[in-house]
Design a protein around this ligand. Structure first.
Ligand code: ADP
Ligand code: 5GP
Length: 197
């Protein structure tokens, strides 16, 4: 397989995955490309269709899954999410490092494919801090918040499973976590730059 290895970023909702990825995609605009997932959840304020997600109905999503258009898909907190083959191919066609932001079921399923990514987990310093961040973000209903916090407990345990992740990054201080993320990816960044030149 030619081209740089993709990177899977996983971790509980509210850990800071999107925040870190935004920094990375801004600093290395041409090096990384985001795999735009499909989801049945509603867009949050500021989210753009086709950029943050492809926002679709459950019917549309199920049709795509049945047609074999998805590499993986999972139910998370009452909504369906999935990575389409086209989303990954669009990034790889540009010789960019493809970033997949997926939940722990996605991680398990991607491990059964030949994508061969680097697996990173972003974790909060504690469950209490995660809850505080999610509440402050003000994007979730009480019901969704509770579902996400339940899933977070499982995710925090999952990240400790031996061999599951190449690196677990604790997002306590944002700058420190971002530096760690860059240092873990430095070799792939160099490879992608060489390929593009
Ligand atoms: P995720 O994408 O993992 O669900 P977000 O990137 O949306 O998480 O982060 C959750 C919330 O926490 C956001 O409001 C974000 O601004 C905030 N946040 C992210 N990283 C930190 C940090 N290191 N310290 C404090 N707040 C943070
Ligand atoms: P959010 O609704 O906060 O954007 O995402 C909720 C969860 O869904 C996060 O853990 C995120 O990583 C995950 N997620 C986003 N896209 C996908 C996807 O395509 N596949 C899977 N399995 N999970 C996804």
């Amino acid at each position: 397989m030619a081209g740089p290895r993709p990177v899977v970023i996983s971790g509980p909702s509210g850990a800071g995955k999107s925040t870190l990825l935004k920094l990375l995609l801004k600093e290395y605009e041409h090096v990384f490309g985001f795999s735009v997932s499909h989801t049945t959840r509603n867009p949050r304020q500021g989210e753009e269709n086709g950029k943050d997600y492809h926002f679709v109905t459950r019917d549309e999503m199920l049709r795509g899954i049945e047609a074999g258009e998805f590499i993986e898909n999972a139910e998370f907190s009452g909504n369906r999410y999935g990575t389409s083959k086209a989303a990954v191919q669009a990034v790889q066609a540009k010789n960019q490092i493809c970033i997949l932001d997926i939940d722990m079921q996605g991680v398990r399923n991607i491990k059964k494919t030949d994508l061969c990514p680097i697996y990173l987990s972003i974790q909060p310093p504690s469950f209490e801090i995660l809850e505080e961040r999610l509440r402050k973000r003000k994007t979730e209903s009480q019901e969704s918040l509770e579902k996400r916090l339940m899933a977070a407990k499982l995710d925090m345990e999952f990240s400790k499973e031996p061999g599951m992740f190449d690196e677990v990054i604790i997002n306590d201080d944002l700058e420190d976590a971002y530096s760690r993320l860059k240092s873990v990816l430095i070799e792939e960044i160099q490879k992608a730059k060489d390929l593009q030149n």
